[in-house]
Ligand binder design. Structure first.
Ligand SMILES: [Zn+2]
Length: 140
């Protein structure tokens, strides 16, 4: 008879083996991929909690920027970075061009620095007293 601890280890080992089987990319051992593609590493995509299929390779995709309506290309290399290194969700895609993303980033940076400035600002010593006076004036 096996101990509970040993049994549990066996179950976990089986589960891990099964998980690796599911994550195995059928293109993993293939020498040739379609031209202009980059192989996907399913172990790096394991953060996606999906029952749906994972990509076997990345290929350059065209999209239209939602802000400036220009036609852009999302390169296979950038997709690999987004999905496997930045750990982006597998359902997410590029929607804005580089310059539109930079505009949004600059606005966010400006807001952030403004809020940091405001946080460091010393409140007026009589601020609450002055607010009360203001409220009283309005009542009169
Ligand atoms: Zn744009």
């Amino acid at each position: 008879m096996k101990s509970g601890k040993k049994r549990k280890q066996e179950i976990l080992a089986k589960r891990r083996a099964k998980q690796n089987d599911v994550l195995l990319n059928p293109y993993e051992d293939m020498q040739s991929l379609p031209e202009g593609t980059i192989r996907a590493d399913h172990k790096e995509l394991s953060h996606n909690n999906t029952y749906g299929p994972l990509p076997y390779f990345y290929i350059d995709k065209c999209y239209i920027c939602v802000d400036c309506k220009s036609e852009e290309m999302w390169s296979a290399r950038d997709q690999k970075w987004w999905y496997e290194i930045a750990k982006g969700c597998i359902d997410s895609t590029a929607i804005r061009c580089f310059s539109c993303r930079n505009i949004i980033k600059a606005e966010k940076d400006q807001q952030k620095s403004h809020m940091e400035e405001k946080a460091l600002e010393k409140p007026h010593p009589n601020k609450s007293f002055l607010q009360k006076l203001d409220r009283n004036k309005r009542k009169i």
